[in-house]
Design a binder for this molecule. Structure first.
Ligand code: UDP
Ligand code: MG
Length: 315
């Protein structure tokens, strides 16, 4: 069997400053854990020397695999490319900028041996990050937990170890807009976490521009929540309710009090009525779109963990 025990997926976007140290520390740690491992570097359209450095590494070490994407596709897609090529019994996802210390893989691995399919690494400290990033991240995960049924823990990135069972399900989720930490949480099985100290970036700068962060946040919300769509129908019903009460009042004012400006009553009633109807209609369309969205995502309907029925299951 040439199935490695452990695959490590590392997205790389302009990380020339950290690649050598990263490789050295990763190799050292993995050697102590198991002999049979693979390092899958995904070069996500780097413009610096990363690509050449990875190719050179692959030449001196057979355990190093690299995938170079044709352009910058973004972190989540880069990780997905790596996962699609990972063959290990267990797969680790780790950042390439040494913010996630490779030594932590040992704790992740040992914890997973206790029988957990997913062990994610939770940051105790997050030095070297701007207040803006810390606050927006916190706010985002608060909102996400509120409006979705999945639980994505605050203070975790994609640094984690997953079992090949989880990997197989991930591959069955062919959605275009990836939000891996949400998907993995959605998949279930036994999940737990360990804590670690996040380090400062070894060099270079964050590849997550504001635009990418915004897209990432929207992907997370729209992939796992219908809340924004529901907002239209809820506000539609509220406006209609108010419209109805006002309609009665305008009729009362016109017929009983007779102190209205000509045209006011009909104008008020029609504006409120139409506004309400429109919002409700948007809400109805939203309900259909959310169902279409669910069908288009083609997620598995359920995932079997154990069963005594002998059937060909994919595992
Ligand atoms: N990354 C990537 N493509 C991108 C942006 C980032 O592959 O478009 C990689 C990057 O090289 C790093 C990881 O994703 O290994 C995390 O990115 P980064 O450190 O920039 O994010 P931050 O830590 O600031 O959230
Ligand atoms: Mg980083």
């Amino acid at each position: 069997m040439d199935r490695p025990k452990l695959s490590v997926v590392i997205p790389i976007y302009n990380e020339e400053k950290s690649i050598h140290e990263l490789y050295r520390r990763l190799s050292y740690v993995l050697h102590t854990l198991c002999q049979h491992y693979e390092l899958i570097f995904v070069n996500d359209g780097s413009q610096d020397a990363s690509s050449a450095m990875l190719m050179a590494l692959a030449q001196q070490d057979l355990k190093v695999k690299y995938i170079t994407l044709s352009r910058n596709f973004g972190h989540q897609v880069a990780v997905t490319a790596g996962l699609n090529h990972a063959k290990g019994d267990r797969v680790v996802i780790i950042d390439g900028d040494l913010q996630d210390p490779p030594e932590t893989i040992k704790d992740l691995y040992n914890k997973s041996l206790e029988g957990y399919e997913v062990v994610f690494a939770k940051r105790k400290h997050r030095p070297g990050e701007s207040l803006f990033k810390l606050w927006t991240a916190k706010l985002f995960y608060r909102i996400l937990t509120r409006i979705t049924s999945i639980h994505v823990p605050v203070d975790t990135g994609d640094f984690r170890i997953i079992d090949h069972k989880v990997l197989n399900v991930l591959k069955q989720m062919p959605e275009q807009n990836k939000f891996l930490r949400g998907q993995i949480s959605w998949i279930g099985f036994r999940q737990t976490y360990i804590e670690y100290d996040r380090e400062v970036r070894k060099g270079g700068k964050s590849g997550y521009t504001l635009r990418k962060m915004f897209k990432f946040a929207l992907d997370g919300i729209t992939s796992f929540s219908d809340f924004p769509l529901k907002l239209a129908s809820v506000s539609g019903f509220m406006v209609s309710g108010v419209a109805f009460i006002l309609m009665i009042y305008t009729l009362y004012a016109k017929l009983m009090l007779k102190d209205t400006v000509p045209g006011w009553a009909s104008l008020m009633v029609s504006i409120l009525f139409l506004g309400g109807i429109q919002l409700i209609s948007i809400g109805i369309i939203g309900e259909y779109i959310s169902r279409i969205g669910a069908d288009v995502r083609k997620r598995p309907l359920y995932i079997i963990d154990q069963s005594n029925i002998q059937h060909k299951t994919s595992s």
